[in-house]
Design a protein around this ligand. Sequence first.
Ligand code: ADP
Length: 393
Amino acid sequence: MTPAILALNAGSSSLKFGLFKDTDQLPLLFKGQIDGVGSNAHFSVVNPHGEHLVDEVCQHISDQACALAHLGQWLSQFKTQFTLSGVGHRIVHGGRDFHCAVTITPDIIERLTKLTPLAPLHQPHNLAAINTIAKRMPDIPQVACFDTAFHRTQNKLAQRFALPREYYERGIQRYGFHGTSYEWISLRLKTLAPALAQAKVVVAHLGSGASLCAMVNGKSVETTMGFTALDGLPMGTRCGALDPGVLLYLMQTEWLNAEQIQDLLYTRSGLLGLSGISNDLRVLSDHDASEAREAIDYFVYHIVAKIGSLAASMGGIDGLVFTAGIGENSAAIRRDVCKGLAFLGIHIDSVANDNAKQEQCLSPAGAPKPVWVIPTNEECMIAHHTQQCLAQL
Ligand code: ADP
């Protein structure tokens, strides 16, 4: 039987997975996802050539536990071919303690559970997946890969808030997120554009969650998300950077409690809140309402402004990478962002941009500040770390 590593990325409404052969290059066997968990669940699986093995609506998948059970059921057809050597998980918040991936123990589960208030949309789902697998397959080692870990290379100015020092001692600091995605881009750049990989690059991870990372020589020096995954760019349903005075006003004048504020900031704001129509950029792009246009313009405006700020924090910018659902698929957002960054010498070729597929440079040959599209691959990064942790057992 072939040893294999399962990488899981359990989000608020989706379960993404990849099954990799546990050998040197970690070749992909299948990857897929269950989207729309709780509403209109859809299960899809592709083979390494992108051919669909499954593409079906699954109405009965009402929560993450059902999604995991459904995936387990589907994978069980291969139990005579593959044997699981381990399962790796994307864990959104690793707090201060975790600077790299670790093999999961009951003590680690307890420490990660305490971080739930810092990532209320994600951490409970990440932990639920770990607990389900621990119950069903207690002998299979599990590994936690943290979205916060990649940013621990930042200097202390980038990681602090201007609050009294004792708050920092209590763990209130900027952590940053999407680190598993940024680490993958950093790795791919070394192969695709070795000179750029060593230079000053902004990576724009634009999905339903969105953030930017400034990297120098492949290491994170600044990022737009902070203590939680609310800060920075506006997102599908999250507000992004907000004057904290707004929260005081809502508490003192409109008497909103913590739960109501959490719901407002995490689930009713961003593109959805601004447009009043949808959190999905595809829906907004096809919509005639001026509110839809305004939400998109707000999104682009803040991406441009924050890339300018990250460029300043690095003392310049040598290139830009787009990734994640919007970054990989929306030529219009890439075009408008790059238009706004022309003052920094960022230019793209419109034909290359309109036809971008897979890993591709969008700038004219020899452009001094190349712009790339590089699909993220968090599952492969998770499998890689899982393999490394398993080797130490
Ligand atoms: P996450 O992993 O944070 O859930 P993804 O990286 O999968 O998010 O991105 C999902 C988002 O990508 C969707 O909400 C949608 O707005 C956007 N998206 C996907 N495909 C396209 C497309 N072809 N054009 C514009 N936006 C797209």
